[in-house]
Structure formats: C-alpha cells, structure tokens
Design a protein around this ligand. Structure first.
Ligand code: NZQ
Ligand code: ZN
Length: 388
C-alpha cells in the first residue's frame, strides 16, 4: 500500500425530507445565496418551491441562476461569476446533479479570480480557493457532492471537456434525500448507476498489490450497485434501493476507495471526448468505453480481472483457464450495461467513427492517459475502433 493523505470535509445530511434543512445549513456561510439549478426538473416536482421556502424562512437573500445544461458549459459559469462578484454573494446552493454542482464549483473558484475562469481548466492558473458551496443532490451518479473535481465544457474553442481537481473543490455540505430521485427518467438512473460503477472500477483496476481492505470495499460497493440498480429501474419509488444507490454514489467518488493505490481514469478520459464531440450523457459514454477498455487491457494483469470476475460477478474460477474466467467477467459487465438499456457501442449510440482520430488526438493532447496501462494516441484509436 502506498503512502496517502485523505481528507473529505463535506458534511452529509441523508434521508427523507432533508432538503428542508437547506436554509439552516446555508446560513452558516453567509446571508446572500446563489441558487443554481439546471433545466427545470426542480420546478416540475415542487422541489424549487420547497428550497426557496427553506432559504427565505431563514431570511436569506436569494439570487438565482438556472439553465445549467448536462455537460455544463463555461458560458453560464462566466455569468454566475459576474453575478457573484457584482452582488457580493457569500455562498452557492447547487440543486441538481453533477452538471449543476460542477458549474457551481467553477463559479465558486472564478469568483476570486480577475482573469478568465477557463484558465484554471487549461492549468494556466492554479486553483487556490472556492466559495462556500452546498448541494441538494437529485441524481446519484458523479459523486460531485463530495469529490474534489469539476468537469466543464468549452464549446467556444472547439470540442473541449476538461476536468479540474483540487481539494478546495469539495462541497461544504450535501443534503441527500433518496426520494428526490424518484422522478429520474430510467435512462438517467441507468447512466448514473454506470457512472457510479465506473468510479469504483477506475480505482479497482490497479497494479498495486496489498490493498485488500480497499479491494473489498470496492467489491462491496460494486455488488451493491449491481444488485440495486435493476430494482430501482423496475420500481423507481423503492426507497431502500434508491438510498443504497445514492450513498454508493458518494462513497464511490469521495476518494476513500483510491487510497494507497494508483488510480486509472483512462476510460473517463476516452469517454469525455465522446461527450465533447457528441454531447453524450456521461454514463452512456462509459457503458460503451469500459467493456472495450477492459478487453484491451486485461492481459496486462489477468489475475486482477479473474478476481473481478469471481468476487464481483460470482463467476466460478477455472484455475486451468484463468483467461477465460477473466473474459467472462468482462462479458458480464457488457451484458449488465445492455440490460439497463444503455449503449455498448458507437452504433448503439447512433454515432459513426468519423471523429476517432481527432478524439484520440485530443484525449492524449497532454500526454498518455490511464495508469493500469498508459494509453497513447494509437491505443485510444484502437479502443474507439473496437467500440464501433
Ligand atoms: O437539467 P435538470 O432539470 O436538472 O435535469 C437533469 C438533466 O437533464 C436530470 N435530472 C437530474 N435529477 C433529476 C433529473 N430529472 C428528473 N428528476 C431528477 N431528480 O438529469 C439530467 C442529467 O443531469 P446531470 O447533472 O447532467 O447528470 P450527472 O449527475 O450524471 O452529471 C454529469 C456531469 O458530471 C460530470 C460529467 O462529465 C458530466 O458533465 N462528472 C463530474 C464528476 C465530478 N465532479 O467529480 C465526476 C464524473 O466522472 C463526471 O465526469
Ligand atoms: Zn464519471
């Protein structure tokens, strides 16, 4: 196990009705709050009204910025920064999923910077601090409610979707009511579930030995999501199953599963290009890439893929043919993604291979990606081609 340092300062308030505590929590950080949200689902189901009531009930001054798109764009982030600077806003409350939270994180760092916020994403300027940020989570998926990362798209200068990580990007608190996820369309539930699995896999597939505790934590989380996802697809209002998936999403990406080991992240980098070029849902890029990434890399460490097949999928280990056991685990993964109604190829997603070279070039612009195996441009081309 490698040396590590791990801090996750976010406070989680979990359970039925916890969004009613929004006012009390926000008040700890100031009196002027920016309420940030997406395309409007929160207005359909009454959540917006409940949040505004909770904020006004504590005499907070509420400013609003809605309209965050999935794969959030830098344009709205800039608007949010101006609003926060001009109105001297103290704290942001993000109500939604990863896109809204990430947009809020970018606003929160841009607020203290005189230049263009995109400079942080191109690494021209180092990040130092973020405004206080609270979250009301409405989709379990990205783990952004506790992660140290924000992912933003810049559609002005070509196709660029970039992740930025820094410890100051972790929210101060997250209000997590599994009931709020009942209204999720099946596709978003499935895509979110695959994103959760992917965050575990990006850490589980490591060449680091002697990380037994975190291996087992990873396996427990993967098995939980694999068990509960079909339940919530079938019964969207099953509270117990929704709660398991929601908490798994946070645990998958708050960093605890990555301690003591080298994480991978190659699949995410390949997937981000699909979102940048085709505006695809993040989880649906991963349901395509992950099985093909696995097929491309498993021979590098067959023992790890055998462990995955046996300990996660319950496949019997064929000791004389470990490679076959490993391959069966990969097949199971692909079948599971398909059974959720997600694409597992470019064809399923209705896209062609025209941009493969360009995506591979963009993906490796700053060097190779991934650590389980380092992928160069040609490797990326091959994985995309296998995904056709
Ligand atoms: O726009 P609204 O009205 O909010 O609707 C959203 C959106 O259309 C809808 N939705 C959310 N909760 C709902 C709901 N609809 C009905 N009922 C509800 N309760 O779902 C759609 C997708 O929302 P979005 O926020 O885009 O989904 P997600 O949470 O999957 O976020 C995806 C973004 O996060 C990034 C992704 O790349 C992508 O840009 N990621 C962020 C990470 C991080 N910050 O740590 C890590 C991840 O790996 C990921 O890259
Ligand atoms: Zn992800």
């Amino acid at each position: 196990m490698k040396n590590f340092r791990f801090t996750c300062p976010t406070t989680f308030v979990f359970g039925k009705g916890v969004e009613a505590e929004a006012g009390k929590e926000v008040k700890k950080y100031g009196t002027k709050v920016l309420l940030h949200y997406g395309g409007g689902h929160i207005k359909k189901d009454g959540l917006y009204d409940r949040i505004v009531q909770a904020l006004k009930g504590e005499n907070l001054e509420v400013y609003e910025l809605g309209g965050v798109k999935a794969n959030p764009d830098i344009g709205l982030v800039r608007e949010g920064i101006s609003l926060c600077k001009n109105e001297k806003i103290d704290v942001i409350l993000a109500v939604g999923g990863g896109s809204v939270i990430d947009s809020a994180k970018a606003i929160g760092i841009g607020r203290y910077y005189d230049g263009d916020v995109w400079d942080f994403f191109t690494k021209k300027t180092p990040v130092e601090k973020m405004m206080p940020l609270g979250v009301v989570l409405t989709i379990p998926a990205t783990g952004s409610e506790a992660s140290n990362t924000t992912v933003v798209t810049n559609s002005e200068n070509g196709h660029m979707k970039r992740a930025l990580s820094h410890e100051c990007l972790r929210p101060d608190f997250a209000l997590m009511n599994p009931e709020l996820t009942y209204t999720l369309p099946a596709y978003q539930t499935a895509a979110g579930g695959v994103d959760i699995l992917s965050h575990i896999m990006e850490r589980y597939f490591t060449n680091e030995e002697d990380c037994e505790l975190t291996d087992r934590q990873c396996e427990a989380l993967m098995k939980t999501v694999i068990k509960q996802l079909p339940v919530v697809m079938e019964k969207p209002e099953d509270y117990a199953a929704r709660a398991e998936v929601m908490w798994a999403g946070t645990m998958a990406h708050n960093g605890v599963l990555g301690v003591g080991r080298v994480e991978d992240w190659g699949s995410h980098m390949l997937g981000h290009e699909l979102s940048a070029y085709y505006d695809m849902t993040h989880g649906a890029t991963l349901s395509i890439i992950i099985p093909h990434w696995m097929e491309y890399v498993y021979q590098n460490n067959i023992a790890r893929f055998v462990k995955y097949a046996v300990d996660v999928w319950g496949i019997e280990n064929d000791v004389f043919h470990p490679e076959e056991t490993a391959v069966r685990g990969i097949q199971k993964t692909k079948e599971f993604f398909k059974s959720l109604g997600l694409p597992v190829s470019f064809v399923d997603a209705g896209i062609d291979g025209e941009k493969i070279e360009e995506m591979a070039e963009n993906c490796t612009k700053f060097g190779s990606v991934g650590h389980f195996i380092k992928l160069n441009k040609e490797d990326c081309v091959q994985i995309y081609q296998a995904s056709l």
